[in-house]
Design a protein around this ligand. Sequence first.
Ligand code: SAH
Length: 388
Amino acid sequence: MGHAVVLTPKGERWRRSRHPWIYQDDLQAGESGLSGRIVQVKSPRGQPLGQAFYNAKSKIALRWLTDDPEIPIDKGFWEKRLLAAIEYRRRIAAGASAFRLIHSEADGFPGLIVDRYGPVVVLQSLSLGVEQILPLLTELILQHLAPEALVARNDSQVRILEGLPSEKKLLAGSSPGLVEVKEGERRYGVDVWEGHKTGAYLDQRENRLWAGELVRGRVLDAFAYQGGFSLQAAARAGEVLAIEDSAQAVTRLGENLKLNGITNVRVAKENAFEALRRLDKLGERFDAVILDPPAFAKAKAELAGAVRGYREINLRALKLLNPGGVLISCSCSYQVSQELFVEILREACADSGREVRLREIRSQARDHPVVLTHPESRYLKCVALEVV
Ligand code: SAH
């Protein structure tokens, strides 16, 4: 442990908040030669505070690893964290065949995502620090998870910010085709090479199972992707209308319906904004509407537009509901806080002229844990409203 970086006084105060990221401005001097290395972090007076991944090329200069300034960060260090992550999922995701095993900072691996899809494991390396130790992490994953295949979906935009190339790679095993997994009583196929994120939206797993219990009658699933919510909703619903504008997702959705022998879901390849408008004009009504759009605000600059987007779809959805109907409304934009999202829903309710009861406020599935001092790790909102 020979390398050290020194915080500014402001950087030291920021670190006291226990936020795991320290920005370039909060370092006394950058040392580009250390990029990708694990460094010891010191206070302005030279007191060692802990160890972190360092990257001079990223706005996020340091990603915190440990408060212990001396502990060797070797295979044993990472193995302990991996075993803890496995043990936690054993407790909270028992029985799930597709779930997140490592959720970056929340599992002590800053910039690493590891998702399990039955026999296949998919990882994303999203920081230069993780990228440097990927061979070692691969070894540990193979040793403790023994997957049939390990795939790197390193094609996330986030990698650009770390100075890393975009690529998809088979790290071990033989290239997987469509992987079949189970969620509750339903089965679905995952394309780990072409699917969104690492193949599926695992962060909604618990919300989908919960929604499946909640909805009845005629259900609208807008922004359906490969049918995550529709598959669960179909069990208790009379009929489901799934709206999705990606042709690839619509095809996969149809295959998932067949796989489960579901016949009460109709799929429309359409822009959901237009569909909501069209259905209202036609006087169509539903007993439940599910809104799970993509992140409308990926950056702060997009916030105003995102707020307008969320307000519009939620207003339209509320208008489509029968008395007693339920709106399940989600937002995965970190920039839109839970408070702001509830405020947007309040305004949509006011504009709709309907009396609405707040049923439940939920977040991401528990296999995507939240670090309290890392607000960015809590990004998903899922709110249920009921028209009275
Ligand atoms: N509910 C899904 C995940 C939805 S992700 C699940 O649980 O698996 C958001 C989806 O919205 C993506 O599939 C994307 O293709 C789709 N989408 C984005 N913009 C859209 C639009 N304007 N109209 C319809 N679908 C859209």
